[in-house]
Design a protein around this ligand. Structure first.
Ligand SMILES: [Zn+2]
Length: 518
């Protein structure tokens, strides 16, 4: 034996438990059992051939009482039987509840039983003073640093391994899902939330726009994820719904590593290129059937192309104003009817700012059209002299024409986008053709409107009386006026909560006549 180097072999136990602080922090992912394990296994591996890992002892309970620590007892037992002579933990608090308890082990029990104890982040190594046992020292600072960085390559690699296996390593779960109580890396359906998700997809599947869905949810007091989980009153936004509708998590697919931190020093997130994403199918139970989810994707894309021409859907859209608060009055689906609603009230209905102004839109539109017809017929019949010197038009045709030009540009942009989507197989050939024809039709319609404006502009140049006469004649000749004509004639329609209506024309003379012929 003399002169021979005795190869001392350490029989290593890794001990893991959650501490009280972890529970208080709400089980931060970096403190989780999986992460402790990744770190400790990496550490022991680095120690080299003189260290044999015997077992990993895990107590998931955080209270630290002996009753909750069956694996700690098992480890002590293994030490008693000589199976283990070295214990490694992430930090001191893993060993016991408090310093008195841990001190008992470190200063008395471990030395008495010739057990070496290492706490990585505290830099404690009970054998480091002894000659020949300094092999851990170089690692201490490295690992301390590594742990504080948290995003060290090793841990990141472990994280990526989990992501590539489709294990959920994100913090907050998407609405509709919660973490499995037996496996924190698995999503399970939370029925209360899933109901909302299903409703949203169902509406989108039936062709409802994101804005429509948002209004439905807010109008019916359907809680947001934030409200359900933190009991803070928030409202649905278009953005939140759009994000949900494109999130493949709802068809059972986990997509992770879409974004990552720039570095451990910079916590800002950066979007990763798609080839770095981890996309794993069938990782959890879907809330939405895959076929329905895919249909919704195509419809969302289609909706984005055709967004422009929705504006003129209602003849009076954009003209109605709330008398009480002066915000716009919009139209929304109200069971089988179209209902009016003050947009300010709608956005902040819970705060009781303004009131609903919730009249039946169809009836309202008929009332306005009937009134205008009567007014204009009277003007014509009574041959009221329109020749007023100061009745200058306040309509600027060029502005209206510029707007149409802009719309055409947007539609053309959408056709380009749609073409790219066809090339990338996001939409089918048939869908492309159908949408292409529709959008070309929209452009033709816009061009027609543009030329009509040009004609009116030239016809009435220099004479606002002629202009009014011409518009009134046009109005009376039509079965139903066009939205363009309405916008030429009317500046705004103020709606009172008591059902009074004030019409403001774009022509001063018409506003005066309106008072005369009541
Ligand atoms: Zn209002």
């Amino acid at each position: 034996m003399l002169g021979e180097i005795i190869r001392k072999v350490y029989k290593v136990a890794i001990y893991i438990r959650l501490s009280k602080e972890d529970a208080d922090k709400g089980f931060d992912e970096s403190e989780s059992i999986t992460n402790q394990k990744t770190l400790l296994l990496e550490y022991v591996k680095k120690l080299g051939p003189n260290y044999d890992l015997i077992d990993v002892y895990i107590d998931p309970g955080y209270t630290g009482t002996n009753f909750n620590r069956p694996d700690f007892k098992r480890m002590i037992n293994d030490i008693n039987f000589g199976k283990v002579n070295m214990v490694v933990t992430k930090d001191l608090s893993r060993l016991g509840r408090d310093y008195i308890e841990t001190g008992e082990y470190i200063e008395k029990w471990f030395p008495e039983n010739n057990v070496r104890y290492v706490s990585i982040t505290d830099g404690i190594d009970t054998f480091s003073e002894n000659n020949g046992n300094n092999d851990i020292a170089p690692f201490k600072s490295i690992l301390n640093d590594m742990y504080s960085k948290d995003l060290s390559k090793k841990i990141r690699t472990a994280l990526h391994t989990m992501q590539s296996q489709g294990k959920w390593v994100g913090g907050k779960t998407p609405l509709g899902y919660t973490k499995d109580s037996n496996d924190k890396n698995k999503l399970v359906i939370c029925e209360e939330e899933a109901k909302i998700v299903r409703k949203i997809f169902e509406m989108a599947y039936l062709g409802k726009s994101v804005g429509n869905i948002k209004n439905y949810l807010n109008d019916n007091n359907i809680p947001t994820a934030h409200q359900l989980r933190y009991n803070e009153l928030t409202y649905w936004s278009n953005r939140a719904i759009k994000r949900m509708l494109v999130n493949p998590v709802y068809k059972g697919v986990t997509v992770q590593n879409k974004r990552s931190r720039i570095s451990y020093k910079n916590r800002k997130l950066r979007t990763n290129p798609e080839e770095q994403w981890y996309i794993v199918e069938n990782t959890h139970e879907p809330i939405v059937e895959a076929s329905k989810f895919d249909s919704v994707q195509k419809m969302q894309i289609a909706q984005n192309y055709t967004r422009v021409e929705k504006k003129n859907y209602f003849l009076l859209d954009g003209l109605m104003v709330c008398y009480e608060c002066k915000h716009k009055i919009g139209v929304k689906k109200d069971r089988n009817n179209w209902g009016m609603i003050c947009s300010y009230y709608r956005r902040f209905s819970k705060l009781k700012v303004c009131s609903a102004h919730g009249f039946n839109y169809t009836r309202f539109e008929n009332t306005i059209l009937t009134y205008l017809k009567k007014l204009f017929e009277n003007i014509c019949e009574e041959k009221i002299e329109l020749n007023m010197k100061d009745s200058k038009s306040i309509v600027d045709y060029s502005v209206l024409q510029d707007k149409i030009k802009k719309d055409i540009l947007i539609i053309n942009g959408n056709i380009d986008k749609m073409y790219m989507d066809k090339l990338e197989n996001k939409i089918t050939e048939a869908m492309y053709d159908r949408l292409y024809n529709k959008l070309q039709g929209d452009i033709k319609q816009k061009e027609k409107e543009y030329l009509e404006l040009e004609k009116i502009k030239n016809d009435v140049a220099g004479s606002s009386d002629e202009e009014i006469k011409k518009l009134i004649k046009e109005y009376l000749s039509l079965e139903k006026p066009t939205p363009e004509l309405m916008k030429l004639l009317i500046n705004r329609i103020e709606v009172h909560q008591n059902k009074d209506i004030d019409i403001y024309f774009n022509f001063r003379r018409l506003n005066e006549l309106k008072e005369d012929i009541k």
